[in-house]
Ligand binder design. Sequence first.
Ligand code: PRP
Ligand code: URA
Length: 209
Amino acid sequence: MGQVNVLDHPLIQHKLTHIRDYRTGTKAFRELVDEVATLMAFEITRHLPLEEIEIETPVCKAKAYQLAGKKLGIIPILRAGLGMVDGMLNLIPAAKVGHVGLYRDPETLKPVEYYCKLPSDIQERELIVVDPMLATGGSASAALTLLKEKGAVNMKLMCLIAAPEGVEQVKKDHPDIDIYLGALDEKLNEHGYIVPGLGDAGDRLFGTK
Ligand code: PRP
Ligand code: URA
């Protein structure tokens, strides 16, 4: 069964507070999402396996460590997931980036797919699917299903803020997936927005609306 991990590092929590604040404008919002994505990437990559190698320092030969195991992929769910990509690439610059385009129909709250472009070797990669918001869970669940259909076998889901309803939906549809969150909020409101949340992540990132 997949685990749900709330990354409660003080810097993540502090920055999330500013991200949530309605007075935070687009520029600061985008910078903060970028920074939190870097911090979350740091936490989410803790488990990566290392292998011992021999190197030579200016002083002597030495045993040292380098990353081993599967290569990584970052899959933002468009559009808001784009705001988390650069922050993650700061730490894992060799990761390949695939894009899944989904938007949530405002009436039905159901995800609508409009784009998918993935690295050709996703089945060999450990994929981190990123989206700031996990609300009903419809978008994330549909993205994970699509990625599995395309061959992905090793995925994690990383979101800034989730509602319990979204977490339950993903756990039900994808019990194999570990979920990493900056915060687990109280609930969804009648419009499917996370409470207290941060409002519309895509609009706040890109200055639309
Ligand atoms: C937002 C968000 C998630 C989705 C979450 O995207 O970035 O993808 O809603 O809601 P859900 O869990 O109920 O599916 P939105 O549909 O607003 O599209 P955008 O990123 O293009 O703004
Ligand atoms: N999408 C958002 O951007 N925010 C929410 O609170 C829910 C879905």
